[in-house]
Design a protein. Structure first.
Length: 397
């Protein structure tokens, strides 16, 4: 009797847009520190003139994703060109209670959120008499509840309108093709409206996810909660609101990240020379939260990257999680995907441990992978492809 076949685990598609040019939006009530946070990101961003074909609105910033592995490869190869991975961040103006029904500039802002793929939810846990809170007193738990409910109400409004449309065509008009979509939206409606559950909280089937991805519900987007503390509270790692916020998130958005930061401290650091900032942090016994925030924002978009590395260039190539080798090759050039032969892969950890590519080969850690290979974050890859007339090694980008 032959060996048992390994059980194939069904890999569900991801909820949300599939692509590499994804965005994370900054949301929150007015005067909680969103603009301060965005300005810190913008000041730390690579100047836009380095990317002549990339037009970015004033409220959008392209921030390099910090990564020690990338720094190590640049130090090792000393390349002429260094291209890190980027996180696209959009600053969305403050939301107020009633935004879903058009309060403030609610509808415009909610449509901006819909165009993003994940959310940085900034809430305020600092007191400052000069920065007046829109609701009078500071209460970040109330603020989070306000924003979360506005986002849910916007999805509720959208789902009711779409269910009505589909009911006319599917139930009254007998359109069988639209039945799966109608059933899926009815299920979503029950969770969202009757049970007040967010779309991302539900365990959906692969078929449901494909239907939901046509609609891009706001409550399907992953959220990272950023708590803006005073510099004093951030340094001493204490604030009365942190346990209450953690309790609310565990109950209402289990698994979501809560990252404390200090907008005032980060603003101060970004205006200092690099060595001055490091000395100040050492003096006060703190670390900047920006690296963690940017890295986690990138991960929330279900993105990862592989490296191509050589003397000409060290580059991070952004791909969706779960992508196969030929599609990853297609990020470099479509011909690489069409004529894909193999991917020669080293794990970054192996490269660092062995010290060079030849040493990795000698240790059996330089592997040739076929078209079914799933690219992993941090792979160092050299693609071979058929250039039509014959075999040609893919130029190391």
């Amino acid at each position: 009797m032959g060996p048992k076949k390994a059980e194939v685990v069904e890999q569900k598609p991801l909820i949300g847009r599939v692509g590499t040019n994804l965005k994370i939006g900054i949301v929150g009530c007015p005067n909680v520190g969103k603009s301060t946070f965005f300005n810190v990101l913008t000041k730390s961003a690579i100047p836009a003139e380095n990317f002549p074909f990339c037009t970015i609105d004033p409220n959008e910033s392209r921030v390099a994703v910090p990564d020690g592995r990338f720094d190590y490869l640049c130090e090792y190869h000393k390349p002429a060109s260094k291209v890190p991975a980027f996180l696209n961040v959009v600053d969305i103006a403050g939301l107020v209670k009633g935004a879903a029904s058009g309060q403030g500039l609610g509808n415009a802002f909610l449509s901006h959120i819909k165009a993003c793929d994940a959310i940085f939810h900034v809430c305020r846990a600092f007191d400052d008499t000069e920065v007046i809170h829109v609701d009078g007193e500071v209460n970040p738990v109330r603020d989070i509840e306000t924003i979360s409910e506005e986002l849910r109400l916007k999805d509720e409004e959208y789902i009711l309108a779409n269910c009505d449309k589909l009911e006319k065509t599917v139930i009254r008009g007998g359109d069988k093709k639209g039945k799966p979509e109608y059933d899926c939206l009815q299920k979503a409606k029950a969770h969202l409206i009757d049970q007040k559950q967010l779309i991302r909280m539900v365990d959906w089937s692969s078929t449901d996810i494909e239907i939901l991805n046509k609609h891009l519900f706001i409550t399907a987007k992953p959220i990272i909660y950023l708590v803006n503390l005073s510099e004093k509270d951030y340094i001493r790692k204490k604030n009365k609101w942190l346990p209450k916020l953690k309790e609310w998130i565990d109950k209402n958005d289990p698994g979501a990240l809560l990252i404390p930061f200090s907008g005032s401290l980060e603003s101060k650091l970004v205006d200092m020379p690099e060595d001055g900032g490091e000395a100040y942090l050492k003096e006060v016994g703190a670390t900047s939260a920006m690296e963690k925030i940017i890295t986690q924002g990138y991960k929330a978009l279900q993105l990862q990257y592989f490296f191509t590395a050589g003397a000409d260039e060290v580059k991070c190539w952004t791909v969706p999680k779960g992508v196969k080798a030929p599609q990853a090759a297609g990020r470099i050039h479509t011909d690489f995907e069409k004529g894909f032969i193999m991917a020669e892969v080293m794990k970054f950890e192996d490269f660092k441990e062995e010290g060079s590519e030849p040493a990795c080969k000698a240790a059996g850690k330089y592997r040739q992978q076929g078209r079914n290979y799933t690219v992993e974050d941090g792979d160092i890859i050299f693609f071979k492809f058929n250039a039509g007339a014959g075999l040609k090694d893919a130029k190391k980008k």
